[in-house]
Design a protein around this ligand. Structure first.
Ligand code: ADP
Length: 545
């Protein structure tokens, strides 16, 4: 027997109309690529979103067609988030940090019909345009005054185009399972693959993100989105902010420590989300300016994901900012939130050393995501915090496959998505990431977690960044090599690193060699690019090997 409740589809357009109706005056603050600050409100973004919808109709965009963006976090991008998906078209956020050949591949693979771009990317767009076969119009996200002088077919000005449109629009109703947005994984190997979100998956993910036991986003919040809107829908935060009418601060391309700090201070940010690399730039700025006191800023929470939170990062936010760190684990394929780290009542009063261990775990399952860890034969492993295995996940906001069938069938026999990560899960349901399966170091039949060794190395006061990779070894198959970027002016040596590590990790995990380097390569999403490091140090001769 069916229930007798209304069957209203869960659609993204409802978010912006809700924000406009119930939080019309709440500010949306942007630092534009042009450098200036811009202020609008949820009502203003809603008007722009309806104008986007009318403009797309004029441009002949049909439901289901893809609309590309190459853009930083700004109110214009936000209006596209709601305006494009709201019409039934698919918002395709392209990561501008990818190699041009990858962008070319992605836009053609997605068959984007139009491309909206920030003026910072004008030279890139001009270079790519001839190869972008399906793109009928290129729309610069700026005003007439700042229009770039580039040669591309059908170049339009965002502000001008939108100003010509009515700000009245009736959002269509359609199946909530229809696609809403598309995001390609950066693809450290092979071609990038498209993850195609639906209205339903997005709305359920948004509801989950608002719970106090997850990110707890509320209307009282000023949320600064450091995580880019071109990366996994900025962790869903634009939707979540609209659902509760939170005040948003969008930093544009200005992600250096000074700019981030200034926005935190001037806009009274209470919560901010970003990957560890951005926070490291903030800490560098604070190191250079010891007179600054971040405690007075009023930042309450910092959301971190995309890579492991090190103890140093955790403690700096807690001690220097007086802020709580909320770690999340996820991936583009999981919308992206899979688990979130929040302490349980039983942790109250726990000794600091024990507590830190819990806090550094990636987090506990949230409602909606089923987790399992399995061995090489697919057999489920116990949740004892010790057994480690391949992490598989299942749920209404987890990908069931890739756009246009790339990669074939990806789910296991029980319908779980294999994440490519290796993890433990403890009896309280806290997941701890051991490593990405391809990064784990296989030494004498046992596994060494590169993440654990990196985190131990990062707790050395002289270390700015650290990476650990496996290098082939005649006896042990692989042994760890530690690469360290010292902090400016710090004295770091191989011996001091090994001394530091020896009290923190098992003896057989100690790196066989330590190299000091000037910098480490990163992926387009700011993570260590281990494939490159492995290639670079493939023939490195470990001492004694
Ligand atoms: P890519 O970096 O390949 O573009 P994603 O951004 O989707 O793709 O990255 C997902 C991966 O990032 C996860 O599979 C995991 O390895 C890593 N990751 C995400 N969150 C965390 C975290 N909190 N701690 C450690 N690793 C994480």
């Amino acid at each position: 027997m069916h229930g007798l409740m209304q069957d209203r589809p869960l659609l993204i357009s409802s978010l912006i109309e809700h924000a406009a109706r119930f939080h019309p005056d709440t500010e949306i603050v942007s630092r534009l690529p042009e450098g200036s600050m811009h202020r609008t409100t949820w009502a203003g973004v809603a008007r722009r979103s309806r104008q986007v919808a009318n403009a797309l109709a004029k441009l002949g965009i049909q439901p289901g067609e893809r609309v590309g963006t190459l853009a930083w976090n700004s109110y214009r991008h936000l209006a596209l988030y709601f305006g494009v998906s709201g019409t039934g078209a698919v918002l395709h956020t392209v990561n501008p940090r990818l190699f041009p050949e990858q962008i070319d591949y992605i836009v053609n693979h997605a068959e984007d019909q139009v491309l909206f771009f920030d003026i910072t990317f004008a030279p890139l767009v001009e270079k790519l345009a001839p190869a972008l076969k399906t793109v009928k119009a290129f729309i610069a996200m700026t005003d007439r005054e700042h229009m770039p002088a580039i040669q591309v077919p059908n170049l339009l000005c965002f502000d001008e185009l939108m100003d010509q449109q009515s700000d009245q629009y009736t959002w269509p109703e359609f199946d909530e399972k229809n696609a809403s947005s598309l995001c390609y994984t950066s693809g450290t190997t092979g071609n990038p693959k498209g993850v195609l979100y639906s209205h339903r998956s997005t709305m359920l993910h948004t509801l989950m993100e608002l719970a106090p036991d997850t990110f707890g986003i509320a209307s009282t919040e000023t949320l600064m989105l450091i995580v880019p809107m071109f990366h996994a829908n900025a962790w869903g935060a634009p939707y979540a902010a609209a659902m509760v009418g939170a005040r948003l601060v969008l930093p544009g391309p200005h992600l250096d420590g000074q700019s981030v700090y200034q926005l935190m201070r001037d806009e009274r940010v209470t919560f901010s989300q970003g990957v560890p690399t951005v926070w490291m730039m903030l800490f560098q700025y604070l190191d250079q300016n010891p007179q600054l006191d971040p405690k007075g800023l009023g930042v309450k929470r910092i959301g971190i994901g995309g890579a492991a939170v090190s103890r140093a990062v955790l403690e700096r936010f807690e001690k220097q900012f007086g802020a709580e760190v909320v770690q999340g684990w996820g991936m583009t394929e999981t919308s992206p939130i899979g688990v979130i780290s929040k302490l349980l009542p039983k942790h109250a009063g726990m000794p600091e050393e024990e507590l830190v261990k819990v806090k550094l775990k990636q987090g506990r399952g949230v409602w909606g995501v089923d987790l399992k860890i399995v061995d090489a034969d697919g057999k489920a492993l116990p949740w004892d915090g010790v057994a480690y295995g391949h992490l598989h996940v299942r749920g209404p906001w987890i990908a069931s496959g890739y756009f246009r069938g790339e990669g074939g069938e990806v789910l296991d026999a029980e319908g779980y998505f294999p994440t490519g990560d290796v993890a433990t899960i403890d009896p309280d349901g806290f997941l701890q990431l051991v490593d990405r399966a391809k990064d784990v170091i296989k030494s004498g039949g046992e596994w060494i977690s590169s993440i654990d060794v990196e985190n131990a190395a990062m707790s050395h006061p002289g270390v700015a960044e650290a990476a650990v990779i496996g290098v082939s070894h005649p006896k042990w198959q692989e042994r760890p090599l530690l690469l360290v970027v010292p902090r400016a002016g710090a004295e770091v040596s191989k011996q001091s690193m090994l001394d530091h590590l020896s009290s923190r990790i098992a003896k057989w995990w100690l790196p066989d060699d330590v190299l000091l380097v000037d910098s480490l390569p990163h992926t387009a999403t700011g993570k260590l690019l281990k494939t490159k490091l492995r290639e670079q140090y493939r023939d490195h001769q470990l001492p004694g090997a």
